[in-house]
Write a protein that binds this ligand. Structure first.
Ligand code: CAA
Length: 239
């Protein structure tokens, strides 16, 4: 995201460009993993307040305001957010749509929408609550209190914290690692983890078992196990 003068405020144009870019990246077989980032010091400061200011209820309802935002959460391919600095409001929500969140030491996560007379609208009450639980979510949403990177790590919102200089490099390293795996198994595994938030335990376990069985229909499963047994490095084809 590259609107540094507006702290990467997530305007309609940026979000529709992001959605169509994600369409292209998902369609490109050469692309295995998607890393989303901003600049040093700012991931994104939320939905564009200046654009939202004149909007009224019937318009946002009819135009389905924020509909482009869900594209990221619908990605089949693994997504990784590299968060430097501010991830506020929609910025925090965008990061939470990704599968993995890495942050730098100066990262700040918050849902300050109530301070603007509105409320989170892209997952700040739902994904945040599932990630860190009700107590932390309520305090963040109701008071606008922001979490430092260390607090976010402790709360389970993010996976790891790095110095600012190495954040993107580490994110790309992880993306490379995932890119070497079976792209088919990766998609199935991502589905299973995401299903944990949608299903009861017994249904989720059965779903996971069925997906696991389905990997036995792939060449990659045989390649991976064969390589292990023969002490070789596997090369997966996604088939
Ligand atoms: N929308 C529009 N413009 C924004 C913006 C936003 N979310 N965040 C920052 N900007 C603009 C500022 O208006 C300012 O523009 P001007 O130079 O034209 O005045 C420019 O970016 C630089 O910002 P600041 O001068 O405020 O920079 P700062 O370093 O002092 O503060 C900040 C940085 C703490 C991120 C502060 O800008 C801020 O609090 N931004 C708003 C955060 C926020 O409330 N986000 C929630 C938005 S609502 C939402 O996201 C709804 C949803 O759930 C989908």
């Amino acid at each position: 995201m590259n609107r540094p003068t507006a702290k990467n405020a997530l305007c309609d144009r940026l979000m529709s460009q992001l959605a169509s870019l994600l369409d292209d990246l998902e369609a490109d077989p050469e692309v295995k993993v998607i890393v989303i980032t901003g600049q040093r010091g700012v991931f994104a400061a939320g939905a564009d307040v200046k654009e939202m200011l004149p909007r009224r209820f019937p318009a946002v309802l009819h135009e389905e305001f924020l509909k482009d935002w869900s594209r990221l959460s619908r990605c089949q391919k693994p997504t990784l957010a590299a968060v430097s600095g501010y991830a506020l409001g929609g910025g925090c929500e965008l990061a939470m749509m990704c599968d993995v969140i890495y942050a730098d030491e100066a990262a700040i996560f918050g849902q300050p929408e109530l301070l603007l007379g509105t409320m989170p609208g892209a997952g700040g009450t739902q994904r945040l609550c599932r990630a860190v639980g009700k107590a932390v979510t309520m305090e963040m949403c109701l008071t606008g209190r922001k979490l430092t990177a260390t607090e976010a790590l402790q709360a389970g919102l993010i996976s790891r914290v790095f110095p600012a200089e190495s954040l993107l490099e580490e994110a790309l390293k992880t993306a490379e690692k995932i890119a070497q795996l079976s792209s088919t198994a990766v998609i199935l595994c991502k589905r299973a983890v995401n299903a944990a938030h949608e299903m009861s335990l017994s249904v989720g376990l059965q779903y996971e078992r069925d997906l696991f069985y389905s990997t036995f229909a792939t060449e990659d499963r045989k390649t991976g196990m064969d390589a292990f047994v023969h002490k070789k490095k596997p090369t997966f084809s996604g088939k």
